[in-house]
Write a protein that binds this ligand. Structure first.
Ligand code: ZN
Length: 246
């Protein structure tokens, strides 16, 4: 674990290479040069094993899953979810401090994947009851994590932030190849969003102190699943923010 953490913060172009390394054990290279086929606008340079001075353009986005009033304090209230708000706020602040490019596009884009259910018809409501209903207070991001002008919001009606949404086209056009997963719940919407990110070829980092679930067991088993099945790198908010500033 320590080695992985050192990899994450030792890279000049973000954490994606070490994710790739953790999944494949080949020492890295951007997704564009690897078996994942290149998820993004990253320029494939084939600089495997030479990440530090690679010319490959790697771009990381933060995905914030369901940090909505209903998920934190409302109809699906989760105390453990409320507890991650300060760490997640620190991560978002670190991403925003990375600034924007000449076109005003964030260097580390923040994408909110927000439940936004339609009354009476959404399949998920049969299992969970009404939550995060479109247009309601419960469907708004909690105040402490409120989106800013340079952020993106992707409404969703299923667990995955990719399923029948604009997520993939958004990330591709932003040139993103690595996503940092955060939010609720580690073993449900975060897991399903990570699954689709992986299947679309993105490298995945999970911010371990910026995601949680109803129980410790769900949280820990959720993390372990992401690590073993999607090759996700597990890193803390501080480690990830540190990588942004390098
Ligand atoms: Zn839902």
């Amino acid at each position: 674990m320590q080695n992985e953490e050192e990899n994450a913060i030792g890279l000049s172009d973000g954490v994606s290479d070490s994710v790739y390394a953790s999944a494949n054990g080949d020492g890295g290279g951007c997704a564009g040069s690897g078996a994942s086929g290149g998820a993004s606008g990253c320029t494939s340079g084939g600089a495997k094993g030479d990440s530090s001075d690679s010319a490959i353009a790697c771009k990381t986005a933060i995905i914030v899953v369901d940090m909505l009033n209903d998920f934190v304090t409302g109809s699906l209230a989760c105390e453990r979810g409320a507890a991650i708000v300060p760490a997640l706020a620190r991560l978002l602040d670190g991403a925003r401090r990375a600034g924007c490019d000449a076109n005003g596009i964030a260097n580390v884009p923040i994408v909110y994947a927000n439940d936004c259910h339609l009354p009476g018809i959404d399949h998920e409501l049969k299992l969970w009851g009404e939550h995060a209903m479109k247009g309601t207070y419960g469907a708004e991001v909690v105040l402490e994590l409120a989106p800013k002008a340079t952020d993106y919001i992707v409404p969703k009606r299923r667990y995955s932030g990719f399923f029948m949404t604009d997520m993939n086209i958004l990330l591709r056009e932003l040139g993103v190849n690595t996503v940092v997963m955060t939010g609720l719940h580690t073993h449900m919407c975060v897991r399903h969003t990570t699954a689709d990110a992986y299947m679309h070829g993105y490298d995945v980092v999970v911010a371990s102190d910026a995601t949680d679930a109803f129980t410790e067991q769900d949280y820990l088993s959720g993390l372990e699943y992401l690590r073993t099945v999607y090759g996700a790198m597990i890193a803390t908010v501080d480690e990830i923010v540190d990588a942004f500033s390098r």
